[in-house]
Design a protein around this ligand. Structure first.
Ligand code: G6P
Length: 435
């Protein structure tokens, strides 16, 4: 590196793009972005136009000379990129709504990452990300792929197993948890450090520190007494005091689906406002109306209604840590390599890692306590089986993955869910076309 950077955002027409641009603008002194390519597909052209124009206005406002390009030619964009960010949603929000609804018919959680809905999303996304990776291997083999596309754990796992691409899976949940804890303690988030370990959307805060002093039990007591710990896309149901006390660790907001399954299922079934996808469709309409305003030159506050708020902090600070060889600690999805003993070395985990230009080194946490070991292992098994099914397009592989999901109640439900997923997603599952 050394010269100005070429950064490519695949899924540039996403409503999250202004979030990302704000991240680059904040770190312009340390990150010389020379070219920024926003890529999308034909169907996303209109949204891409809008996000590109807003990006140009945001960049002009702060006087940067980053060149911004919009294109439907993914290969042109990928060629010689230094960093490639994937933030795509195959099938759009319509497919997400179907993912969220199908499992509900069978008394299973529909959630688009953690629930059986995430399984459908993984099957649709795997072939597309695989294709993108083939382009990266050919046209930008040295590039880092920063993957935000959900289900992030499964997608990162697939990239590491089936391609040569240098990938890091990223999520805003760890940053969200740090911000949440800071709020609970009423302190600046820079003073908080959390020892994270687990899987994406299944990560635990094993210890919490304020200015280096351990404050785990103080935070957990407050959480048990009703303090909030959630993301915008997850109903803020109160945590069970006894659960938190016996866990002795900070759960992540998504753990509600595992520890409070019946209440979350009721929530999903009775959501008067529609599934999260249906709510997001409304929020998006408003957002794009705002983005179109030629006077808008910054990220509008309405974007904070989205679950992925602040994701640019995670992405851009990570890119800067790699580029500037900072040796900083970031929470990322990478190969385990012994960080969590008891899990295979070659599986993807979400842990703290030291970030340098040469790569990322996970910080060893030893064995997971037995109270979380089983759940983490079960979800990892489901993820590995899902990668296999997403590649093979084999009915048996898919069924085995679904029935291994801890939130799928029975084989009857698994068969029903799989049948509906295959039917509803026909145009998006080329790997299953032989069925
Ligand atoms: C969370 C997750 C992301 C997810 C997002 C959904 O914060 O960490 O993985 O994509 O929420 O938010 P949305 O507003 O689309 O429901």
């Amino acid at each position: 590196m050394g010269k100005g950077l070429k950064i490519t955002v695949i899924g540039g027409g996403s409503s999250y793009t202004p979030e990302l641009i704000e991240g680059f603008i904040k770190r312009t002194a340390e990150l010389p972005v020379e070219e920024l390519y926003l890529v999308d597909i034909e169907r996303g052209k209109e949204k891409l136009n809008i996000t590109t124009e807003l990006t140009k206005r945001m960049i002009a406002k702060v006087g940067l000379n980053t060149k911004v390009y919009q294109t439907l030619d993914r290969r042109e964009a990928i060629k010689d990129s230094d960093f490639i960010i994937t933030q795509i949603r195959v099938g759009g929000l319509k497919a997400r709504a179907s993912d969220e609804r199908i499992p509900l018919k069978y008394n299973a959680i529909g959630q688009e990452t953690t629930g059986a809905g995430g399984f459908a999303k993984a099957l649709r996304t795997i072939p597309v990300i695989l294709d993108i990776c083939r382009d990266i291997e050919e046209l930008a083999p040295k590039a880092w792929l920063i993957n935000f596309t959900n289900p992030a754990s499964i997608i990162t796992e697939m990239v590491l197993r089936h391609t040569q691409v240098k990938v890091v899976g990223l999520c805003n949940v760890p940053i969200g948890m740090i911000n949440n804890v800071a709020k609970i303690l009423d302190v600046d988030s820079k003073r908080i450090r959390i020892d994270f370990a687990g899987l994406n959307h299944m990560v635990y805060g094993r210890e919490i520190y304020l200015d280096g002093e351990r404050v785990t039990s103080e935070v957990l007591t407050k959480l048990g007494e009703g303090a909030s710990l959630t993301m915008k896309n997850i109903k803020d149901l109160q945590w069970d005091k006894d659960l938190i006390r016996s866990l002795g660790m900070l759960p992540c907001p998504y753990h509600r689906y595992f520890y409070m399954t019946d209440e979350m299922l009721e929530e999903e079934k009775n959501a008067g406002e529609g599934t999260r996808a249906e709510q997001v469709m409304e929020i998006e309409k408003e957002l794009f109306k705002r983005y179109e305003d030629p006077n808008l030159q910054e990220k509008p506050p309405e974007l904070e209604k989205r679950g992925g708020a602040y994701y640019s902090d995670a992405a851009v600070s990570l890119i800067s840590a790699i580029y500037n060889d900072k040796g900083e600690i970031h929470t990322v999805n990478i190969r385990n390599n012994g960080a969590i003993s008891g899990l295979a070395d070659d599986v993807v985990v979400e842990v703290n890692a030291v970030v340098n230009r040469e790569g990322l080194k996970p910080i060893a946490v030893g064995k997971l306590p037995i109270k979380i070991h089983g759940l983490v292992h079960a979800v990892k098994a489901y993820e590995l089986l899902t990668v296999q099914a997403g590649i093979s397009g084999d009915y048996e592989d898919a069924l085995m993955a679904l029935i291994s999901h801890p939130l799928v109640p029975s084989i009857k439900a698994a068969k029903g869910i799989l049948h509906d997923i295959l039917y509803e997603n026909k145009g998006y599952l080329p790997q299953f076309s032989k069925l």
